[in-house]
Design a binder for this molecule. Structure first.
Ligand code: CP
Length: 299
C-alpha cells in the first residue's frame, strides 16, 4: 500500500489503491473470521475512544477491533468528561496522550476537530465522524460491503444512490468521495431542503427513476437531532417502502441508526427480508475495516 499517512482523517488523503489495500486487509480479517489468530500487533497498547457525540456501532466496533488485535481501549464520553466543564477538544486529547495512549479515535461535532487534534499530538488520530462532513471509516466499511456483494475489488461500472437527509450526513459526504474514487457513479436523492449546495455528484429528487437505474441504494437517517424537517409525504417520496423494495433487485444499505417506517419500511429493514439487505453486514464489516485501519496506523 502506498499510503503512509500518520492519521486517518479523511478519504481525501487516500487514493483508490490505498483504499483497496485497506479493504483487502479487512476482507482478510472477515474471511478468517473466528479462525483469525492475531499476531497481536496492538499488544500492550491502549487506544482512547474519545466520543463527544453518541454512538453505538462506531464506538463498539473500534473497541472490539482493538481487542481482536490484542490491545485495550478506554472510552471517554463527552457527557461524563471534563469537556462538560469547558475543557477544549485539543486539551482533552493532549491529556489522553500524556497518559500514554497509543492512538485516539475521535467523534465530535466540530468539522475540523480531528485535524486540530492531529496537529497537536504525536500519536495517530482516527476520525470516527466529525460535524456533517466526514465519516471516513464508515465510507470504507461501506465500500468493503459493496465490493464483497459485487464480488470485485473496486466499484467500476456500478451506480449507487445515496438517499435522504444528505444535508446533515457525514456518511453521505465521505461516501461520495470514497465510492467515486473506487469507480462508481453516485447519485444523491432527497428533498431540496435536505440537499446541500456543495454536492460533487449528480443529484435528483425523483427516487423512483434513480432506483430503476442503480445497483445499490444507501438509505440515510433523517437527522432530527440536527433540526432536519421533513414533510408528511417524505416516506412516500423518499422512503424505501415495501412496494419500492419489491421492484428493486440491488443492494440495500443503511449506516444506522434507523428511523423505521420513515426512510425505510419496517419489513424492508429487517435483515431476513432479502439477501440484498446488507445492513447488518455493514456492521460486521465495520469491525474488520477498523482492524485494518488500527493495524496499519498503530500495529
Ligand atoms: N453508522 C454510525 O456511525 O453509527 P453510530 O452513530 O451508532 O456509530
Amino acid at each position: 500500500m502506498a499510503w503512509n499517512g500518520r492519521h486517518f482523517l479523511s478519504l481525501a488523503d487516500l487514493n483508490c489503491e490505498d483504499m483497496i489495500g485497506l479493504m483487502k486487509r479487512a476482507t482478510h480479517f472477515l474471511d478468517a473470521g473466528d479462525r483469525y489468530e492475531p499476531d497481536s500487533p496492538l499488544t500492550g497498547k491502549i487506544i482512547a475512544n474519545l466520543f463527544m457525540e453518541n454512538s453505538t456501532r462506531t464506538r463498539c466496533s473500534f473497541a472490539i477491533a482493538t481487542k481482536r488485535l490484542g490491545g485495550d481501549s478506554i472510552d471517554l464520553l463527552g457527557s461524563t468528561s471534563s469537556a462538560s466543564k469547558g475543557e477544549t477538544l485539543v486539551d482533552t486529547a493532549l491529556n489522553l496522550e500524556a497518559m500514554g495512549v497509543a492512538g485516539i479515535v475521535v467523534r465530535c461535532s466540530e468539522e475540523s476537530g480531528p485535524q486540530e487534534i492531529a496537529g497537536q499530538v504525536g500519536i495517530p488520530v482516527i476520525n470516527a465522524g466529525s460535524g456533517t462532513t466526514a465519516h471516513p471509516t464508515q465510507a470504507l466499511l461501506d465500500a468493503v460491503t459493496l465490493t464483497r456483494y459485487f464480488g470485485k475489488d473496486d466499484l467500476s461500472g456500478e451506480h449507487i444512490a445515496i438517499v435522504g437527509d444528505i444535508k446533515h450526513s457525514r456518511v453521505a459526504m465521505s461516501n461520495i468521495e470514497g465510492l467515486t474514487k473506487l469507480g462508481a457513479k453516485v447519485t444523491v436523492v432527497g428533498p431540496e431542503e435536505l440537499m446541500p449546495n456543495n454536492i460533487t455528484c449528480e443529484s435528483s429528487s425523483d427516487f423512483d427513476s434513480v432506483l430503476a437505474e442503480v445497483s445499490a441504494t444507501m438509505m440515510l437517517r433523517v437527522q432530527f437531532e440536527r433540526d432536519a424537517k421533513v414533510g408528511e409525504d417524505y416516506r412516500d417520496k423518499f422512503g424505501l417502502t415495501q412496494e419500492r423494495a419489491q421492484k428493486f433487485s440491488g443492494a440495500i444499505l443503511h449506516p444506522g441508526p434507523i428511523n423505521r417506517g420513515l426512510e425505510i419500511d419496517e419489513n424492508v429493514a429487517n435483515i431476513n427480508s432479502s439477501p440484498h439487505n446488507l445492513i447488518l453486514s455493514q456492521v460486521t464489516n465495520g469491525v474488520a475495516t477498523r482492524m485494518a485501519i488500527l493495524e496499519h496506523l498503530i500495529g
